[in-house]
Design a protein around this ligand. Structure first.
Ligand SMILES: CC(=O)CC(=O)SCCNC(=O)CCNC(=O)[C@H](O)C(C)(C)COP(=O)(O)OP(=O)(O)OC[C@H]1O[C@@H](n2cnc3c(N)ncnc32)[C@H](O)[C@@H]1OP(=O)(O)O
Length: 375
């Protein structure tokens, strides 16, 4: 790969580095093949046979095998307003959601109470009262990358800071019954899922105390795709989260991805895309296919994203975790499947794209037995 290694001499050890990643899901696992029956039965929509057939086609084409969702049939029975299209249900959803270091960043699109979820978490895990907290609400799917972006700045500007990031998403606010007049609900119902991820970011990782450098965040860029404001909209209403997903969304993302790559990698003299590792937000098979095609990537490059899409659904931090686990299990030399440089993309309302340039670490330079659960 053609690189000018423009980082030399600029204190790379001071760059924000991901030193821990963990992910979790609620226990209810839904196989995608069974989900149409479940979804139409619990929402009492069995009579909408054509819509159910369409939903089944969407589920089949989603390439998702299974997803984890906290909402159960019992919860829906107890809260029947959740299965009536456009029924006022915000208070019920909000009440269901709230039951549930040096710096703390919490991001979620679930719940808007004050004091917020970051405050409750800090108390729960016994963080110092002086911990510096930052709450990121309702940024949709690009919140994880924004949290990493912010953590990088905090870590690089506060010597010895250790930033805990917690991302938690839950479908309780966005769950809607199927509607013939609002087909976007079928797409969200087929690809959104519940999950949570945590990361710790700090500069100058100390390996002797088992801090485990996984990925260095070399740079972080955020950009808005021109003329895309209306393509992905979520509105908090009395009915919970009302959302709209344009059919053209995937084309806007893929048509603009090259520009994001050029802006992110030009400062480092990197102009070829094939020899990078990719942590791409698994937001839909059409988006992954479009990115692969526009960047001219071979099928292997988006393997981690496709695996997470198939096994969980749509959250980027899961892909980051999958990449480092997969690299170790397959005996690759670095945490980025043997490659040095990589990129993390995440998209959300705006349309906003976060592009993070990453560098991997040698897999034999870190205390892996502690870093990889199950290995
Ligand atoms: C929340 C956030 O902040 C960020 C996010 O992640 S938002 C989510 C972003 N992801 C998306 O918008 C999904 C992108 N789309 C896809 O991945 C795929 O198009 C898909 C899995 C939905 C379907 O797969 P496909 O290979 O394109 O199949 P295709 O045959 O074209 O579509 C299947 C059916 O879905 C319908 N469909 C596709 N996109 C649709 C949309 N946006 N709205 C409504 N219907 C849609 C098609 O009309 C088709 O219906 P019929 O079978 O009745 O003809």
């Amino acid at each position: 790969m053609e690189t000018e290694n423009n980082l030399e001499g600029c204190g790379v050890e001071k760059l924000g580095t991901i030193i821990a990643i963990g992910t979790t899901n609620p226990p209810n696992c839904f196989y995608q093949a069974n989900y149409p029956d479940f979804y139409f039965r619990v929402t009492k929509s069995e009579h909408m046979t054509q819509l159910k057939d369409k939903f089944r086609r969407i589920c089949e084409k989603s390439t998702i095998k299974k997803r984890y969702i906290q909402l159960s049939e019992a919860m829906l029975k107890e809260n029947p307003c959740l299965i009536i299209y456009k029924a006022p249900s915000f208070d019920v959803r909000q009440d269901m959601l709230v039951k549930e270091i040096t710096h703390l960043i919490f991001c979620t699109s679930s719940g808007i109470d004050m004091p917020s979820a970051d405050h409750k978490l800090a108390n729960l895990i016994g963080l110092k009262p002086s911990v510096q907290r930052f709450m990121i609400y309702n940024q949709g799917c690009f919140a994880g990358a924004t949290a990493l972006h912010l953590a990088k700045d905090l870590a690089e500007n506060n010597a010895s800071a250790r930033v805990l990031i917690v991302c938690s998403e839950n479908m309780i606010m966005s769950f809607q019954p199927p509607s013939e007049t609002h087909l976007d609900i079928l797409i969200g119902s087929a690809i959104f899922f519940d999950g949570a991820a945590t990361l710790i970011v700090g500069a100058n990782p100390i390996v002797s105390i088992n801090e485990c450098p996984l990925f260095q965040i070399v740079s972080a860029n955020q950009s808005i795709i021109p003329e895309s404001d209306d393509l992905l909209i979520g509105k908090i209403r009395e009915i919970g989260m009302e959302y709209y997903l344009s059919r053209n969304l995937h084309q806007y993302v893929s048509n603009n991805i090259k520009q994001c790559m050029v802006e992110a990698f030009t400062p480092f003299g990197i102009r070829e895309w094939e020899n990078l590792f990719y942590i791409v937000h698994p937001s839909g098979v059409a988006i992954l296919n479009g990115i692969e095609e526009k960047l001219g990537l071979n099928k292997e490059r988006l393997r981690a994203s496709r695996h997470v899409l198939s096994e969980y659904g749509n959250i980027v931090i899961f892909v980051l975790n999958e990449m480092r686990k997969m690299s170790v299990l397959e005996g690759k030399a670095t945490t980025g499947e043997g490659l040095e440089w990589g990129v993390l993309f995440e998209f959300g309302p705006g349309l906003t794209v976060e592009t993070l340039v990453l560098r991997s670490f040698a897999t034999n330079s870190t205390p892996w037995s502690i870093a990889i659960d199950g290995v």
